[in-house]
Design a protein around this ligand. Structure first.
Ligand SMILES: [Zn+2]
Ligand SMILES: [Zn+2]
Length: 292
């Protein structure tokens, strides 16, 4: 689950580096945390070599020439990954030091938030500025953006059909509910990208997401949803389906209601990227489970 930054204790001395119960502080040292073993290291890249033989990601990054852009990018991502894991642990335990991207003496841990692209931790005020030029933005969104790009729409439809097991004559589907879910997931992804694009001021990406939604509303129904629904109906008549136990569904529904309520309340209090992402994720889970 996501860290509850808003509930951090705020009465810690700003320059404190000592550990105390139920308190988090902001680390003053420049050490990075290793994502493999969790240790703090002042020369993390040099230290990564110790894991080169056991970790594919490190091996891949180090395989690029010494001062190449690609190598720098990959190593930065690995550095962020370790710090992100470390910060999540600190927030979960409620004690420890947060490793942040740029340390501000005046700030406490309450005002720090993650960048959704590189997962680096920033002072909330600086986060927006950073997100506009975050170097991880392009590569991170490329995968999802590639799928929701209007040009690739028909290829996405084809891929979805393959995964869901459409028959050759396209009249039946092996996994109709799955086919329907892929569509909803893509639509959710496109609206999350749309929101991120608006915040980051990326016009091209925003339009790309909007065009996908338009295409989805018309084309997806025609190509995927219709057949999937028909197949689902037939299956209901022909087969007995193993349904999950009622208590389990009730428990899950209750839990999701609770989580989404708190996510919504947080978003109302502070319209931050992190709170928005939290809510979006819960919504997505609710959509998926509702359709079961
Ligand atoms: Zn390590
Ligand atoms: Zn970033």
């Amino acid at each position: 689950m996501t860290p509850k930054i808003d509930e951090r204790n705020t009465s810690i001395p700003r320059d404190s580096v000592s550990f105390s119960h139920d308190k988090t502080t902001v680390s003053k040292c420049g050490k990075n945390f290793c994502f493999v073993c969790g240790k703090a290291q002042s020369k993390i890249v040099r230290y990564f070599k110790a894991h080169e033989n056991e970790n594919v990601e490190i091996a891949e990054a180090l395989s690029f020439p010494a001062h190449s852009k690609k190598r720098k990018e990959l190593l930065q991502a690995l550095r962020n990954k370790g710090n992100f894991l470390h910060n999540n642990n600190v927030l979960k335990k409620g004690t420890g030091e947060l490793k942040v991207k740029r340390c501000s003496i005046k700030q406490n841990s309450k005002t720090y938030e993650y960048c959704v692209y590189c997962q680096g931790m920033f002072v909330r005020k600086e986060l927006w500025r950073h997100m506009k030029r975050c170097s991880a933005k392009k590569s991170k969104e490329l995968v999802h953006c590639h799928v929701i790009k209007p040009v690739n729409f028909m290829a996405t439809v084809k891929a979805a059909k393959e995964v869901a097991g459409f028959s050759e004559d396209e009249k039946t589907v092996e996994a109709p509910s799955f086919a329907l879910k892929i569509g909803q997931h893509l639509l959710q992804v496109s609206s999350i990208i749309q929101c991120n694009a608006i915040i980051a001021g990326d016009k091209e990406l925003r339009e790309c997401a909007e065009e996908f939604q338009t295409l989805y509303r018309t084309k997806w129904t025609e190509c995927v949803s219709y057949t999937a629904r028909m197949s689902a109906k037939e299956k209901k008549y022909n087969k007995t389906i193993n349904l999950p136990r009622t208590e389990d569904i009730q428990m899950l529904t209750k839990h999701l209601e609770k989580v989404s309520e708190s996510a919504y309340n947080k978003l109302e209090k502070a319209a931050s990227m992190q709170n928005y992402s939290d809510l979006a994720r819960v919504c997505l889970t609710r959509v998926i489970t509702f359709n079961r």
